[in-house]
Write a protein that binds this ligand. Sequence first.
Ligand code: GUN
Length: 287
Amino acid sequence: MSAKILAGKEFAERFKLEAKCDAQAIKDKYGVEPGLAVIVVGDDPASAVYVRNKHRTCAELNIYSEVIAMPATATKDEIVAKIRELNAAEKIHGILVQLPLPKAVSGYEAEILESIDPRKDVDGFHPLNVGKLVSGEAALVPCTPLGCIKMLDAAGICIDGARAVVVGRSNIVGKPMLHLLMQRHATVTVCHSHTKDLAAVTRQADILVVAIGRPQMITADMVKVGATVIDVGINRIAEKKLVGDVDFDGVAKIAGAITPVPGGVGLLTVAMLMKNVVTAAKMQLSQ
Ligand code: GUN
């Protein structure tokens, strides 16, 4: 048996097209483009690539965007002051602070993210949106887990009643993934670094989502035959070699469907950000 490859590009193109149509509908109805502001602090090279990509995708979809580059020496108060300015800016419907923050301000990450107007919190990291997600209310939700759910739906993989295992308990992926899967009536187990006999748990999964940040940690013996395996990890193991948290070659031989790395869910994150900007704009403009 050989797994169906879930190619991120194909799904991302579809979701971006949906966001573009929705952005056009907003422009037609309200006369304004949805707008995104991205704050990037310092000069982390990976962040610079991600931010450029977001800016370029906005342009493709006719979404207004601003990149606010602040020096690594920026203080917490300066960042928060900029956020407050964007909270009040009519043209801006979504605000994203690119992570990680430089060391000097990383201790203030929670305070910085909490200063974003929750209605403009297109990352879904504000405690109000986290709380809404947990209690099942409509909320802006983190882009990567949202992309995983949308991809499962688009691929025709049934979540309802499935046994889902999430490996990793981060605020960005693992925890929101738990809640999104549970909302869709999966039976969900979350594993992490203290889980005993991890393989015994992962082998029960119909849907296995891995976001642990350890290169190729999930091997074929840890996967049930026919399972859907979603690999959220991106690990650089050599200058030109990126791998996921799943041993793709081994697992693809027994899974029913699998996402590759690169070319998997990473591509969905930006598409979902665009969808969140459109959702946020709709909410704000219809009030
Ligand atoms: N850095 C890596 N992933 C993300 C993300 O989803 N949001 C933000 N703000 N920064 C990131």
